[in-house]
Write a new protein. Structure first.
Length: 267
């Protein structure tokens, strides 16, 4: 047990890992399967959900009902349940369902445990690759096919050397796309379509920036906890707290964050 952990926070960490394990077990049997059933949440446009999304969230909620019945839950598929403990579990059973349905392993399971100020511990789990990124309560860890190690963000100091990622080329509105492009044109490399895996790569010291818009709390709270524990910074596009979603910038360090923020806000 590290200095930052108490018996309660240790229990929260163990519960988070149990949720990630349960989600893996629910999801992996259908990934890249021929019988994957896909629904569209929207009457206009396309926002897919699969039975794997729903099954994974049900499995996680069942564990919380047993282990942490007094905690609140905010999940993408089954909504918000109030708690009395002061802790809320913020769950996205499959972040990147479009990638999931296409067979691309950039989707992930997002699990955060939060108080009123935001996430205190998070997991970004990629079940197919077998990678798990964790951060909070004094921990910043990775486990995967090549073993276990600590996480740590990059020390890049100038945007001209930075690698930036986002999920959708349009980012959001035309103005939001223009703001992203003002940053991207200053960076060394821009990549698209990475979903939550891009945030994990910031925490792992592989890239420098993720900039996105239109996020929900369950999209960002787990990545936020992991990145901040690894030494990075996550805010909205005005430099304010980002745990409620919206326009989000995740940066490897304060220098890159400040330069990207200045480019975003330039008119």
């Amino acid at each position: 047990m590290t200095q930052a952990q108490t018996p309660e926070t240790q229990q929260l960490i163990e519960t988070a890992h149990a949720l990630a394990d349960a989600a893996r077990a629910a999801i992996l049997p259908v990934f890249r399967g021929a019988e994957l059933s896909i629904e569209n949440k929207l009457d206009g446009g396309f926002d897919p959900v699969t039975e794997a999304d729903k099954a994974a969230e049900r499995a996680m909620r069942a564990i919380l009902a047993e282990r942490r019945p007094d905690d609140g839950i905010l999940g993408e598929e089954y909504g918000h349940a109030e708690g009395t403990s002061g802790w809320t579990w913020v769950l996205d059973p499959i972040d990147g369902t479009r990638a999931f349905m296409a067979g691309a392993p950039t989707w992930g399971v997002l699990i955060a445990v939060s108080d009123e100020a935001g996430p205190k511990f998070g997991i970004v789990d990629q079940p197919y690759i077998g990678e798990r990124f964790c951060g909070g309560f004094g921990l910043s860890t990775y486990s995967g096919p090549m073993g276990d190690r600590s996480l740590g963000t990059r020390a890049t100091r100038d945007l001209s050397d930075a690698v930036i990622m986002t999920t959708f080329p349009e980012v959001g509105t035309p103005d939001e796309m223009s703001a992203f492009q003002r940053v991207a044109e200053k960076c060394k490399l821009t990549r698209y379509g990475m979903d939550c895996y891009a945030y994990a790569l910031v925490a792992a010291g592989q890239i420098d920036l993720v900039i996105e818009a239109g996020l929900n709390a369950y999209d960002i709270q787990a990545p936020m906890a992991v990145i901040e524990a690894a030494g990075g910074i996550v805010t909205d596009w005005n430099g304010n707290p980002a745990h409620n979603g919206g326009q989000v910038i995740a940066a490897a360090n304060a220098d890159i964050h400040a330069q990207a923020l200045a480019a975003i806000q330039k008119r």
